[in-house]
Design a protein. Sequence first.
Lengths: 66, 359
Amino acid sequence: MMCPMPVIRTQDKVAELQVGDTLEVTCTDPGALNDIPAWCRINGHKVVSSEEDKGEVIITVMVGEK
Amino acid sequence: MAPPFHSVKIKMQATQRKAVALISGGLDSLLAAKAVMEQGVHVEGINFYTGFCVEGHTHAIRKKDKAKPKRNNALWVAEQLGIKLHIVDVIEEYKDIVINPSHGYGQHMNPCLDCKGFMVKKAHQWIAENNFDFIVTGEVIGQRPMSQRKETMPVIAKESGAGDLLVRPLCAQHLPPTLPEQEGWLDRDKLFDFSGRTRKPQMALAEQYGFEDYAQPAGGCCFLTDAQYSKKIADLWTSRGERRYELDDIMLLKVGRHIRPKKHFKLIIGREEGENNFLSGYRKMLSSIKTVSHAGPLTLIDGEVTEEDIELAAQIAARYSQGRTADKVEVEFTDKHGVSKLLNVTPMPVSQLDEAWQI
């Protein structure tokens, strides 16, 4: 799955969650390391952690005010 | 007795109007959104993902493009503007635009006029669902030969259903006043009169707004405007005998060397490590060939193949390996179920590699 699909999936999932909930996103697109934090910054959410290991990207997002 | 008179003071406060701006990630939509924000309008961005977008990450597949930014430009633009961005997956709906464009194609397989109408229509639906007031685009009269002409501007407004809720701030003064201008939500005099293919006014405005870094203008943000890519789509449809595609089809068209030695199958050969890595993600969907005795690219086989076809595919794959001049090259063929077998083949000489096979 390539850019921007990981962002779209994250966006759609976050829409279903409540403020303060956390979401763990796992994908293979290294671009997500830039894009998901950027999407969080402009939409008021927080990246709790992000890491890349063996071609897999794992980003944890805390849902902010929508 | 007359009721007592009550004096009520009402402070009239204008409601802040809300607009959604189509954000492609390029300069024009950045400036158009900014121009409206400058007038006190609350702006949020919307970006439609069709599957054909040329993104930084597509460049990131290939090593030669490593120097290009790997950012998503639409997100980056939204961050520069300090606005929210809604990215909408329109892959399925967009197929009809590509396959049956009512206004036809541009120079290649680009259905630009239908595309713009589709996106404005989607934005129009979005503002109705989200209680926004109008739509902003970065269109400039005369900038694009198909979709951005004076004659096509009203076509987009009409066919999308947006009508006078569609504002093009960069060329607004060349167009009839829209509802936001008529109602005073926007001051028409503070909008612009850009036209034509020159980019100088946009660059000057970017400087005025303090934007120093932006995606290179007029660089094309859609693979459908690319001649080679369009040729590959046409080949896909011809070989299938019908005009249809899935997302994986159009992703694979962005990568590798495409060779069709027979109508019923084609080879997709990685041109470098980045492409090989990308193609390896499709090994459970398509058969593949990897050279064993010599270093070489990963080759995917799109189509159902016979034993004879596998032999031919292996010879071609070997031709693109380090063993191209060897008498024999050992290759491993793996079907999409993961069942492998080894073959020893003679690499195909360049003279036998028919130019007509190259897509």
